[in-house]
Design a protein around this ligand. Sequence first.
Ligand code: HEM
Length: 293
Amino acid sequence: MEHQRDLPQQIHASTKDIHHALNQLIVSRLPLCLPPQADSARLYALGLSNFAWMYFISERAWEEQIARTNNHGDGNTRIAQILHRAYIPALHRSARLYRDLSQLNATVSEKPEGIVQNIVTHITEVAEARPHVLLAYGWILYMALFNGGRWIRKQLAKAGPEFWGTRNFEKACLSFWHFDNSRNEDDWKRDFRARVTEAGNYLTDEEVQDVVAEAKAIFHMCKSVVLELDAISSREQQSMQLFAPQSLAAVSEPFPDMQPAKGPPALSNALLRLSIHGIAAVIVAYIWLWFMS
Ligand code: HEM
């Protein structure tokens, strides 16, 4: 039976705060993987390869569900039909991610590690147990590209051909951020919103609650991926140079209503400056005492 409800609106209302927090985290870290902070795309590729897993696993699970619509006798074909109607092959990112990562010489390991491994296990299990939550993955992961993703794409493009290693960099290594231009990007976005809204009308109240709860969980997963990347890059970059204050100022075109985050990079930088000042003060005091004696 069909119920009139606006699933995207319900997701929006319950993820507003975590979305805002995640925006800030990402906006403050993006400059770290671009010039002048970075002299190669290595850090960008590492970040992308970690986020890529959420697309790989959820898109594969979605396709597996659709395949079920052809198998009669399966108990869960209602959800498979709903997912089938919401499916837009042109939005799928996995092939583009593999292409971009290989152009950037980043290897996608057979088995992810750390937090990404937990995320992969979670998506695999939840997609099997409650396949309707795949609507949350589609909604969050594609809408991220249609909104903040456009701004990120602009910042990435500013790094220019020298940084990306090819004049054709938009197509060769940034294809993840672009959509099939046989149609206007806003048309893809409108079409997908309409399909997810329609899908929501065919879910039970309990299934809608599952989708909304999973949407929240996806934002938290994204946040934990960013925090893990922080830990990896600070381990790799022993030099505090990576966290210089200009890293936050380097976003030359701020996104509307976006404040840079007061996250760990700025904090570690402040601590570094404090300790340098402290050491300098001790040396000056020592020389002064030595003179006086
Ligand atoms: C992994 C990171 C991100 C995810 C998963 C994400 C997800 C989403 C989703 C699902 C929406 C649709 C909201 C709706 O229409 O109901 C959205 C909208 C939006 N996002 Fe993001 N986003 C991310 C990062 C960013 C960043 C970095 C920015 C800013 C640079 C940003 C700015 C926006 C804006 C302006 C909108 C439209 C306004 C709104 O509906 O609140 N997002 N994002």
